[in-house]
Design a protein around this ligand. Structure first.
Ligand SMILES: [Zn+2]
Ligand SMILES: [Zn+2]
Length: 146
């Protein structure tokens, strides 16, 4: 476990914080819902409850270590905040989450905001569709719809 990431982010390195942040580094590139995180922690008997998971990920997000994406009304996923803005493509069959980072999209969004006299803070774009997985694909990656 690496305490320095939390220290650099200016928050105390408590066990649940280290444990949960570690999980994200172990699965770099993965998008995880609070339930995904909770389940992963159960399997290594860390004894961290779901309420703690919610509290800690909010703290890690506040410290700038995690990034939150609202996929739909019921699904929020978190990922390491270690890359720039990107959009998400969600497969509604298998729950797979792909990423896309196209500067042209950002430019278009800023143009639209400007045209409406709208002061843009941020934007989130989620594309829903099918990744090409077969219907009987057994694998259910993390970050999927519940
Ligand atoms: Zn799929
Ligand atoms: Zn992402």
């Amino acid at each position: 476990m690496d305490h320095s990431r939390l220290r650099h982010a200016g928050i105390k390195a408590t066990f649940p914080r280290m444990k949960i942040l570690d999980l994200f580094y172990q699965h770099a590139g993965l998008h995880m819902s609070p339930a995904d995180i909770y389940r992963s922690l159960l399997s290594d008997s860390s004894n961290i409850g779901l309420a703690t998971v919610y509290r800690v990920i909010t703290q890690l997000e506040g410290a700038g270590l995690l990034k939150r994406t609202q996929l739909d009304a019921h699904t929020t996923v978190y990922e390491l905040n270690d890359k720039g803005h990107h959009d998400h493509l969600v497969c509604t069959d298998c729950g797979r989450i792909l990423e896309s980072s196209d500067p042209a999209m950002g430019q278009l969004v800023r143009k639209i905001a400007k045209r409406s006299g709208f002061l843009l803070d941020s934007y989130s774009l989620v594309l829903y569709g099918h990744c090409g997985c077969s219907k009987d694909a057994a694998a259910h990656p993390h970050g999927e719809f519940e």
